[in-house]
Design a protein around this ligand. Structure first.
Ligand code: BGC
Length: 902
């Protein structure tokens, strides 16, 4: 019977989608209904607290060269209203505009806790309207502090409350945050799929609450809520250095459940002193040290109604951490995937070592059965010694050890809740009997950012690098961008954060993640404008090393370039200005000499003062640009002038005119000066010559930089017409290079160019050298935003050396931009996709073999006899530069350009 129902349902569904498709087919000519509707960068977000949220959508069109000429956005309070094409909350009307991202809500005031439904239609260049998009929704969180009736409570690491619901539940929401970590359970079931939640913040400043739709998990009659609490970053492990920020005595909970009954009655269940508490089966938990779980201490039914709680105590009031409550508006940390071990060995009696085949962040899931009270221990490591035992020297003081004590009632499956490790190998001891490969699974855990980019090329070394960059990047997203995932750090080190930011934005959808991180940075800013080396601040200094602090202006700026986010510039303008003014106060003679780390982990060190001063200039330049953008022309002039003064002082202080080098003449020094245009025009050639001869002759085509210099070296070479040399560095396989890491078994990027496995600082999962990933997309793929948010795109692939093809694709806020090319002597084929509502210039380099060129798009000629041939849809013009490269002006659409020698 059930099966019959399912098939009827299936047929019905197919029919409905057939109608949908055929509707679209009917409208097959012209603009397609907008897709990928986002609100504050998120899909159908629940619980946001931005009062004027921003919308974006992606357009589609059957024709090339299309733009949006107008849009209409409807926001309704009920889906039925929206279905009638009515926006009772906001009807934008037909707005003549090509804006399809960052569109600011401007309807009636949005109310706390309310769900809104929205859709959008767009007009194309001819004035034809698309159908409306499918509906999307967003929901507001609790907008004012007064609405929080809940009280911060603490006690043991288990908390529970039974309550009765006097009617059928129409709608229910849980709003929850914790100091540390929480797991919320309702009537025996975990709520949602977030783990290691809420996001780590400067708790004294801000706590992030999460909104869950719990309608289906509550019922008329008796109910029970159970919460498990973990220490997280709020109660740091004992061995943590002297606390810089507040440590809290214990984890604490703030929870409010709002229930609406059929008929409209409201009910609130909130954390307060009527809750009961006890210590649960988690007997210890620490991010660095791991978790111990004694299954014998489980209290079956503790999260169900009707439990005998006589042994539980009353919860205690916990001091509120003191900050504001904000909605958590970014991808939560989740279990992303499950990894099957590739190998199990038995290096010593009773010791089993599992190889997961990949270094990653997360934990292991254990399956076992055996006598009650048996303690099974898992220890985690990135490396193994030659004898097969795990090598834990790279994780320093982190104990990274999970222990599970068997309940003893048959097959048991367990995984920890409140810790995570960075590891490839797991050591299993204490196992009752002989384990198998199936005893353990790896659980990949990180912030659930969506992959948005891809890159591949004909050189396998590059593909190997791209792979370890992606692994290193995503496993270092744990609500803040971390330096590493395994040792006793895992901090939001700001230097690492900004050098990887562009790479991360090309590989993953980072918009909401960095929006949050930039606010985290603002939260640590002092009244004197200072910010800190790590955010939240637990390690390192205040004021930050300027090469670390620059994460504040730089990430804001990348957000603007990649996502067209002007609001982040507006919201941070004062903070950025205060920061730059602080730097200014430390540089009375226009040279900023304050430095802690400089070009960190370099092979040839560059003076820290030089690096700091270069970033001081960079920060001032960005501030001047932001001021101009925001129409603050007074400030724009002031900072432009300050920039000139810094440039002059920089050259006076650091340029060695005799040798034609900066500072000590390192690759980092010369590359930074050139990249930032700090070099006077008449000296550029000389400095460039010094740099390239240092690379080629001085170091046999190898890098000597740390993680600061490497961010700019390859882009600078490309910008200066030396993509061939940049490519040689990228494709290098001997020490020091990325390829050397791969040749030595790296599955994530190392912290050092050197292959070290001893007790020094040498993490094997540090994403910072992955900044080269941006160069893959921007140089080899050739895709860059020429106007913010890819409104105008430049596609200028660098066709170099022995590469026969490369392919890159970026999911921009306007849709997919991609470029993929093949090259053989005398011929280049370039496939390009430009999203609707963007335009692009496509630069086809001159093939060294080709003299007289013809370019075809499909079977039409677009360039012949040195001239543009009009007539190809979407291609509006073409010109040839002095270097022989061709630039084609195109609108949206997909193109296949073929360049051939006549
Ligand atoms: C971190 C780095 C960080 C550095 C600051 C290290 O311990 O792991 O990646 O940027 O300290 O110098």
């Amino acid at each position: 019977m059930a099966r019959l129902h399912t098939s009827i349902l299936l047929v019905a569904l197919m029919f409905v989608s057939f109608i949908r498709v055929s509707q679209f087919v009917a409208a097959a000519e012209g603009p397609l209904p907008p897709q990928n509707l986002r609100c504050e960068y998120l899909r159908d977000p629940l619980g946001i607290d931005v009062k004027q949220p921003r919308f974006s959508w992606v357009l589609g069109h059957t024709e090339r060269g299309e733009k949006q000429s107008a849009y209409q956005l409807l926001v309704a309070t009920r889906p039925e209203t929206l279905a009638q094409d009515k926006g009772d909350q906001w009807d934008s009307g037909k707005v003549t505009s090509d804006q399809s991202t960052q569109v600011v809500y401007s309807g009636k005031a949005l109310e706390s806790g309310r769900t809104y439904y929205w859709k959008i239609r767009a007009w194309d260049t001819q004035g034809s309207a698309s159908l409306y998009s499918l509906p999307a929704r967003f929901e507001m969180g609790l907008l004012s502090p007064q609405e929080w009736k809940a009280q911060w409570i603490a006690g043991g690491n288990g908390l529970r409350k039974e309550f009765s619901i006097p009617g059928r539940v129409a709608r229910a929401r849980a709003y929850i945050t914790a100091l540390g970590y929480y797991e919320l359970r309702l009537n025996g079931q975990k709520v949602g799929t977030n783990v290691l939640d809420p996001a780590w913040t400067t708790y004294e400043k801000r706590n992030l609450y999460i909104t869950y739709d719990v309608t289906a998990q509550l019922q008329q009659g008796p109910n029970a809520a159970g919460v498990m609490l973990g220490n997280g970053w709020a109660v740091p492990p004992q061995h943590f250095g002297a606390p810089i920020t507040t440590s809290f005595p214990s984890p604490a909970l703030l929870l409010q459940i709002e229930v609406e009954l059929e008929g409209g009655k409201q009910l609130t269940i909130a954390s307060d002193l009527t809750w009961k508490t006890a210590h649960g089966p988690i007997t210890s938990d620490s991010i660095y040290d791991g978790e111990t779980y004694d299954a014998r201490l489980e209290a079956p039914g503790w999260d169900l109604p009707g439990f005998n709680e006589s042994a539980w105590q009353a919860a205690q009031a916990a001091k509120a951490p003191g900050g504001v409550l904000s909605a958590q508006m970014m991808p939560p940390i989740r279990v992303i995937d499950t990894l099957v071990p590739v190998k199990m060995t038995n290096p010593r009696p009773g010791v089993y070592v599992y190889d997961m085949g990949q270094n990653f962040s997360g934990w292991a899931q254990l399956r076992a059965s055996g006598p009650r009270g048996t303690a099974i221990t898992l220890r985690f490591a990135e490396l193994v010694y030659d004898d097969g035992m795990i090598n834990r020297e790279t994780i320093r003081r982190a104990k990274a050890r999970d222990t599970y004590i068997l309940h003893g009632d048959g097959a048991e499956t367990w995984e920890p809740r409140f810790t995570y490790h960075g590891f490839r190998y797991v050591e299993l001891t204490g196992y009752p009997g002989t384990p198998s490969l199936d005893t353990l699974r790896g659980r990949l855990v990180h912030s659930a950012v969506e992959p948005t980019g891809s890159f591949a090329a004909s050189n396998p070394t590059l593909n190997g690098i791209q792979k370890i960059i992606r692994w290193g990047q995503r496993t270092n997203l744990h609500s803040v961008p971390t330096d590493c995932d395994q040792r006793d750090e895992r901090m939001g080190w700001m230097g690492d954060a900004h050098v990887t930011a562009e790479e991360a934005m090309l590989n993953f959808d980072m918009a909401a993640f960095y929006t949050n991180f930039v606010r985290d940075i603002r939260d640590v800013q002092g009244p004197d404008g200072t910010i800190t080396d790590t955010v939240p601040h637990k390690y390192g200094s205040r004021p930050a090393d300027p090469a670390w602090g620059t994460a504040y202006p730089l990430i804001c700026w990348y957000m603007y370039e990649q996502y067209g986010d002007r609001r982040i510039l507006e919201e941070n303008y004062d903070g950025l200005k205060k920061y730059v003014e602080f730097l200014h106060s430390k540089a009375p003679d226009n040279v900023l000499r304050m430095s802690h780390y400089g070009d960190w982990v370099a092979i040839e060190p560059t003076p820290g003062e030089f690096v700091s001063d270069a970033y001081y200039y960079y920060d001032v330049q960005i501030l001047a640009k932001v001021a101009a953008l925001l129409d603050k022309s007074g400030d724009a002039d002031t900072y432009k002038q300050l920039g000139e003064q810094i440039k002059e002082a920089f050259n006076r202080e650091f340029y060695d005119a005799r040798r034609g080098v900066y500072a000590d003449g390192t690759q980092t020094a010369n590359a930074l000066a050139l990249f930032l245009d700090l070099v006077s025009d008449d000296q550029r050639g000389r400095v460039m010559g010094s740099l390239t001869s240092d690379i080629v002759y001085g170091h046999d085509t190898h890098v000597t930089t740390g993680f600061i210099g490497i961010k700019y070296l390859l882009p600078l070479l490309t910008r200066s017409g030396r993509s061939d040399l940049a490519y040689d560095l990228a494709a290098q396989t001997t020490y020091p290079s990325w390829g050397y890491m791969i040749a030595n078994g790296a599955t994530t990027l190392w912290e050092l160019w050197q292959n070290k496995t001893g007790p020094s600082m040498n993490s094997h999962n540090h994403p910072m050298f992955g900044s080269v990933g941006a160069w893959f997309y921007q140089a080899l793929g050739g895709i860059t935003p020429e106007m913010p948010g890819y409104e105008r795109i430049r596609i200028a692939p660098q066709i170099v050396r022995d590469l026969t093809w490369a392919s890159a694709s970026v999911e921009t806020v306007r849709g997919t931009a991609s470029s993929s090319w093949t090259h053989s002597p005398g011929s280049i084929t370039l496939n390009v996709a430009i999203p609707v509502n963007s335009t692009a210039s496509v630069v086809i380099p001159k093939d060294p073999e080709a003299t007289d060129l013809t370019v075809r798009e499909g079977d039409r000629v677009v360039w012949e006899n040195g001239k543009f041939v009009p007539g190809t849809p979407g291609v509006t013009g073409a010109s040839q530069a002095n270097d022989g490269s061709l630039t084609l002006e195109v609108g949206s659409g997909r193109y296949t350009f073929k360049l051939e020698e006549n």
